[in-house]
Design a protein around this ligand. Structure first.
Ligand code: LMR
Length: 332
């Protein structure tokens, strides 16, 4: 009798423990390296809001901005190992995964504008690129925009030859390395949060950024000149640990997919405005002189950077570049 009572009590205990475990929210940590008031930072917060609403609190999203959890070079490994569930590295940083196809996004003057870009990232090519991440233990969920990069430096850089001899900070990408070398620049790989100091101390002379990152990192205070070159794109792939994602209950996964789809539309809607506003603020502050390219200058930059295509084509195949160009239309 005594042992039956003990068994009932033990069973009840187990049931209650199981119930409270079931009620515990699933925690999804979203780590990124930029400030909360950038397109990616705002997108992460929007995803959190929608994910928690659509799962009725069964998922709790914890957003860690400013590389609080993982820095540039650690993010991809952390998500592969499941040390963090979600990250959104810049497309320029996928090299170490061995997914060469992502390199195309760094090609200068590949996208004539936003519509052409979205034809790739939000279309069939984008889907295929994200699916290619599965083999790396990662599920690719979405492409998020930041914007088009402008070149800045400690001296005027109107024509491509004006860059020769400068030391310029780049993200860790072979294409960006090739781009800078083609311009006679010494490329320096430096994590974004350290760029302000590198410029201030004169360790590096210039950099390339979308205006939103340039503003938030206070780079305009240490870059007297910039050219509105819009020569390259900076965007992100939002990715999750595949085992985590596949292990989620089906209804939770569909709620998160809905949240991600809406957060993607939101981020890509605000990115262009966020960059235009950032540029306007820096122009008003007056510490950087922003040069508008003439048509002839732009033509000269496009021509000077053309050799980068041969370099990338040799590694990822000309057919891939051609497929993207067919989707985007020619550079204008
Ligand atoms: C950079 O390193 O410049 C960017 O990739 C940072 C970011 O995530 O926007």
């Amino acid at each position: 009798m005594k042992s039956l009572a003990a068994l009932i009590i033990a069973t009840l205990g187990l049931l209650l423990a199981g119930q409270s475990r079931a009620e515990e929210a699933i925690v999804l940590r979203f780590s990124h390296v930029v400030a909360p008031d950038t397109p990616k930072g705002l997108g992460a917060e929007k995803f959190k809001e929608l994910a928690e609403r659509y799962t009725q609190g069964r998922v709790r999203v914890e957003v860690y901005p400013l590389a609080q959890l993982y820095r540039d070079q650690e993010e991809l490994e952390a998500v592969q190992l499941g040390a963090v569930e979600m990250v959104a590295p810049s497309l320029a940083k996928f090299g170490p995964l061995g997914i060469k196809e992502f390199e195309v996004f760094d090609l200068p003057y590949l996208f004539p504008g936003w519509a052409a870009l979205h034809a790739v990232t939000q279309g069939a090519i984008g889907k295929e690129l994200l699916a290619g991440l599965d083999s790396k233990g990662i599920r690719g969920l979405a492409f998020w925009d930041n914007g088009f990069k402008i070149m800045s430096a400690n001296r005027p850089i109107h024509m491509p030859q004006d860059l020769a001899g400068l030391r310029m900070r780049i993200q860790p990408s072979r294409v960006l390395q090739a781009q800078m070398k083609t311009l006679g620049v010494v490329p320096q790989i430096i994590p974004l949060p350290a760029v302000h100091q590198a410029l201030e101390m004169g360790v590096t002379d210039g950099t390339e950024n979308p205006p939103s990152n340039m503003l938030v990192q206070r780079l305009s205070g240490v870059q007297p000149h910039a050219t509105l070159s819009n020569h390259g794109y900076l965007g992100y792939a939002v990715i999750v640990n595949k085992a985590f994602w596949d292990g989620l209950p089906r209804d939770i996964r569909s709620a998160l997919e809905r949240a991600m789809s809406e957060a993607t539309q939101y981020t890509n809607r605000i990115a262009e405005t966020a960059n235009a506003e950032a540029l306007a603020k820096m122009k008003a502050a007056g510490s950087t002189l922003f040069h508008e390219q003439t048509a002839a200058e732009r033509e000269a930059w496009i021509k000077a950077l053309e050799p980068v295509y041969a370099d990338v084509a040799a590694r990822i195949g000309k057919d891939r570049i051609d497929a993207i160009r067919a989707a985007t239309g020619p550079t204008q």
